[in-house]
Design a binder for this molecule. Structure first.
Ligand code: F6P
Length: 545
């Protein structure tokens, strides 16, 4: 067990020694702290100096990674070993963006051949759409693409499309339908022309209920508008690992893009799941995204552990989760285009590492992934930041921002960044009683009023943050950033000894929902349900129509 490892025990002792240290003092006593605890790779600058660590903390955390065989586990992932042991398959998202000519073998087959074919297929298909050679049923060129998919078949592509908005010059607009809520479908379809809309049904399994329900509605919408039961055929593309299911649905063979079981849903944006990105921003932008991710893969594989961005990010997370008992981690991008990044990371981190058993099925006696949450920009400063500054819980936070904005209206971006820098400084330094007293005195308050306000205005500070900055947010830096988080998740999974690539936790809900659907449609209610669920189903039947 992890908690028996020497480095873990040393970290526990070390925690008792450093818990009370304040980062203000650590900065004051080490003029080179910023230089020591920061690093640059793949166009990203990572400042981790505002963390509650010393040189010794880092040394011990790195020893922990070594004792957990991180090197061998990382090698196993990149070389295609079946590290997803509960589903008996590799996790080879790194092969999807590899620019190496080296083969990657899975069951005696070089998957790089498939990857190259997939990319060629995406290139050819998108070129034919742009050239107007592939059209809708009435021969009109496509103007809009709607991706129907959920989870990993939605979030990654949506984040990238948001970011690439300023350079999306293909002429096609992109939309996403993920939830099965009718309002979501109506909101998108209402603004579109069925003659010029192309749907991508993106589902690794091609069975996900929300996606299939939305696909059937979209099919009906196209057919009704065209007055033909077969019109939809020219408006539907599928991305799936189960091509036969897509054919059974009726999708044209030449409009089916294949992914494989070795591409995890939440790691799939680099595959044909990224087709909406290509149609929206072009193949070159998609290739830039892959190049940024590939550069991060190289860094992760080859950089020394103490200079390795995903390794350091992961270890800092473990330090707070397992030693400071931090139950949450905030993600705070200061760029509207990254508004969906917190949701994307929620799935990436919480679906990957929200597990309580080791790879061998033993229940763990330590915490794994915390709650990941956040919001972009300064709105959060006027809402939940109060809790991060003065609440009773320790919330480590990642602050992320580009130094330039492509929009460049007046001083907007400068003002935005002013807040960005001020927040991490305030969280680190806080404000002492003496400082507050001085401020209140300078406001000419009398003694009674000063004492009344004093403690309300004290900030303990010592609240940890990582800062990730880069010159501009483009396809390449985004590729590096997302791959960095993927590898952070991998390192944490390797240390916690859990399988980061399965998701049994979501299966139970999916299964029960299927049973309940037949009960909501019919008259019977199974007595297998608990009294609460039976009561709620009865309530539905009384009020649904
Ligand atoms: O939420 C569970 C999950 O299986 C995710 O892992 C996946 O990204 C999502 O559902 C969608 O699955 P599919 O691509 O098979 O429709």
């Amino acid at each position: 067990m992890l908690t028996e490892k020497p480095a873990w025990k040393d970290l526990q002792k070390h925690f008792d020694e450093v818990e009370s240290l304040h980062m203000r003092d650590l900065f004051a006593s080490d003029k080179r702290r910023f230089e020591t605890f920061s690093l640059e790779a793949c166009g990203l600058f990572f400042d981790f100096s505002k963390n509650r660590i010393t040189h010794e903390t880092l040394r011990l955390l790195l020893s922990l990674a070594e004792e957990c065989d991180l090197d061998d586990k990382r090698q196993a992932m990149f070389s295609g070993e079946p590290i997803n042991n509960t589903e008996n398959c590799p996790a080879l998202h790194t092969a999807l963006r590899s620019d190496s000519r080296k083969p990657v073998w899975v069951n005696g087959h070089d998957v790089m051949i498939d990857v190259r074919e997939m990319l060629n297929g995406m290139r050819e298909f998108s070129s034919a759409i742009f050239a107007g050679e592939i059209t809708g049923s009435t021969g009109e060129v496509f103007t809009d693409v709607v991706n129907i998919g959920i989870g990993g078949s939605f979030l990654g592509a949506a984040v990238v499309c948001d970011v690439l908005m300023p350079c999306a010059g293909t002429g096609l607009k992109v939309h996403f339908i993920s939830d099965v809520d009718s309002k979501e479908v109506i909101d998108v379809l209402d603004m579109l022309n069925p003659q010029t809309t192309l749907f991508i049904i993106s589902s690794k399994t091609f069975t996900t209920q929300e996606t299939m329900t939305n696909a059937v509605t979209a099919r009906q919408w196209i057919n009704t508008a065209h007055g033909s039961d077969s019109a939809w055929i020219n408006h539907f593309v599928a991305v799936t690992a189960y091509t036969q299911r897509a054919r059974t649905f009726g999708i044209r063979q030449d409009y089916i893009f294949r992914i494989w079981d070795w591409v995890g849903g939440r790691y799939s944006l680099w595959s044909a799941t990224g087709l909406p990105i290509v149609l929206y921003a072009g193949m070159e932008q998609f290739e830039q995204l892959l190049a940024g991710a590939s550069e991060m893969d190289y860094h992760f594989l080859h950089a020394l552990p103490e200079k390795n961005m995903p390794v350091i990010m992961a270890l800092l997370g473990i330090w707070y989760i397992d030693f400071f008992a931090a139950g949450a981690q905030a993600v705070l991008p200061y760029d509207k285009r990254l508004a969906r990044l917190p949701s994307y990371l929620q799935q990436l981190e919480m679906e990957s590492n929200g597990k309580h058993t080791t790879r061998q099925g033993q229940v763990v006696d330590y915490d794994t992934v915390p709650v990941i949450w956040g919001q972009s920009g300064t709105n959060g400063q006027h809402a939940f930041y109060q809790f991060i500054h003065q609440g009773t819980q320790l919330i480590p936070a990642d602050f992320i921002a580009p130094m330039r904005s492509p929009y460049g209206i007046g001083e907007h971006h400068t003002v935005l960044l002013t807040h960005f820098f001020a927040q991490t400084e305030a969280l680190m330094k806080g404000r002492t009683v003496e400082e507050v007293r001085l401020v209140l005195k300078s406001m000419n308050l009398d003694k009674v009023d000063i004492e009344k306000l004093l403690w309300h205005k004290v900030f303990t500070g010592n609240r940890p943050t990582n800062t990730i900055v880069f010159p501009e947010l483009n396809a390449r830096t985004l590729g590096s950033l997302l791959a960095c988080y993927e590898h952070k998740v991998f390192v944490q999974g390797a240390i916690w000894d859990i399988n980061s690539f399965d998701q049994w936790g979501v299966e139970l809900g999916k299964m029960l929902a299927k049973d309940i659907l037949s009960e909501l449609r019919g008259t019977d209610i199974s007595d297998h349900h608990d009294a609460s669920t039976q009561g709620l189903i009865r309530y539905y039947k009384r009020h649904a129509s």
